[in-house]
Ligand binder design. Structure first.
Ligand code: ACO
Length: 362
């Protein structure tokens, strides 16, 4: 017998799939709590290592300090660099986004060391090596004693980053390190719920992240800004795109009915960065017009700016190449994926929903 299911049930809108101490999204109020604090109170104040320590301690029940995590991530970056000769052959001929998937799929636990740090430490090393390869360069060896954000930038840019650049990337890492039951985190939790290991869980999480409805949106955001090009073209370009029924990247969200709080946090980080290459006034004008046009088109469905709009501008201002945007997002979100995977494993409960059969009966 068929059971009728609605669009929202198929998309699991509002269905709680887990209990978590890690993060909470309030879509009506536009609030994001990560490890007990509002994102606006963490970003620019706490370090990525400090927030990762809180997430991992929350998931495992073991105390962890910022200094512990900083040391573990430095050591993990060095171990990952030593493993590049084994990991990179699987990525041969691939783009940065695809090569990153193949590279992280080759990660394994080492000598009983904590898997969370092994994963999060390895991600920027692999991303950096793939970016350097696009320039015909060898991978840049990590420096274990600098912060995770500083070393990530070094390996991606091939130069020592300035303190304001490190601060901007650290703010980005903190802002996006976890976000409730988003599609990639749900994927990671489903995999972990089978008692598969954290390496399997984050590889699946990354695959879910790459789609343009999730973490694949920032590159198309820049393409949109490039295509609009000038202030005079904002209105006609946006109106035409909406008339063709296109989705505008960096807008809309499944949960937020008001502005994504991460958008303002990242906008402020771009202002503090004072990068010469970022045309924030132009991007802000585009943003204002798109919000207005979306309201006009669909007054009943609030569609606001999401995190990906300002992510694109921030990462571009940091001179990170577009093709590395999704792996860099993954480098931050891996802190959340690993915490969620561990939290899920500890419940011992398999995630196994049902489906409504609409096919032919025998
Ligand atoms: N531009 C234009 N129209 C939109 C947009 C958009 N960005 N987003 C939603 N809509 C429209 C839909 O076409 C739909 O219209 P309809 O009712 O006339 O058919 C209506 O708004 C509702 O859309 P849904 O698909 O029900 O919304 P959902 O909650 O599934 O979508 C999503 C959320 C996927 C993020 C969507 O807003 C979107 O595609 N945005 C663009 C891609 C993007 O920015 N992705 C990054 C998200 S943030 C992150 O994952 C880190």
């Amino acid at each position: 017998m068929n059971i009728n299911v609605t669009k929202s049930q198929i998309g699991l809108d509002g269905v709680p799939a887990a209990e978590t101490v890690l993060s909470h999204v309030d879509g009506e109020r536009g609030e994001l709590i990560i490890a007990g604090q509002n994102v606006a109170d963490l970003a620019g104040k706490a370090s990525f290592e400090g927030v990762s320590a809180r997430l991992w301690a929350g998931a495992s029940g073991k105390a962890l300090s910022e200094a512990n995590v900083r040391a573990s991530l430095g050591a993990a970056r060095e171990r990952a660099f030593a493993r590049l000769p084994d990991l990179l052959p699987a990525t041969r001929g691939m783009s940065v986004v695809d090569g990153f998937r193949a590279g992280i799929a080759g990660l394994r636990g080492e000598n009983g060391l904590e898997d969370e740090a092994t994963i999060v430490g390895a991600f920027p090393v692999i991303a950096g090596a793939l970016v350097q390869r696009t320039r015909g360069n060898d991978p840049i060896a990590p420096e274990p004693n600098v912060s995770h954000a500083a070393d990530t930038l070094r390996m991606l840019l091939g130069r020592k980053p300035e303190p304001r650049e490190v601060a901007a990337l650290d703010t980005y890492f903190v802002t996006v390190c976890d976000h409730g039951m988003n599609a990639s985190t749900f994927t990671a939790r489903v995999i972990a719920s089978t008692q598969a290991d954290l390496f399997a869980a984050v590889t699946g999480g990354y695959c879910a992240l790459t789609g343009p409805l999730h973490g694949g949106a920032p590159e198309p955001v820049l393409e949109m800004l490039d295509a609009i090009g000038t202030r005079e073209r904002i209105k006609p370009w946006v109106d035409d795109a909406l008339a063709r029924g296109e989705r505008l990247m960096g807008f809309g969200h499944r949960v937020y009915r008001v502005r994504d709080p991460r958008a303002d946090v990242l906008k402020a980080a771009i202002e503090r960065l004072e990068a010469s290459g970022a045309d924030l006034p132009f991007a802000s004008e585009v943003e204002v017009y798109i919000r207005e046009a979306l309201r006009r088109k669909n007054p009943a469905r609030p569609l606001e700016t999401n995190v990906e709009f300002f992510t694109a501008i921030l990462l571009d201002a940091l001179e990170i190449p577009r093709q590395a945007f999704t792996p860099v997002f993954a480098a931050a979100r891996a802190a959340g994926w690993t915490a969620h995977a561990k939290e899920q494993q500890r419940t011992g409960r398999l995630i196994r929903p049902s489906s409504s059969y609409v096919g032919v009966m025998p």
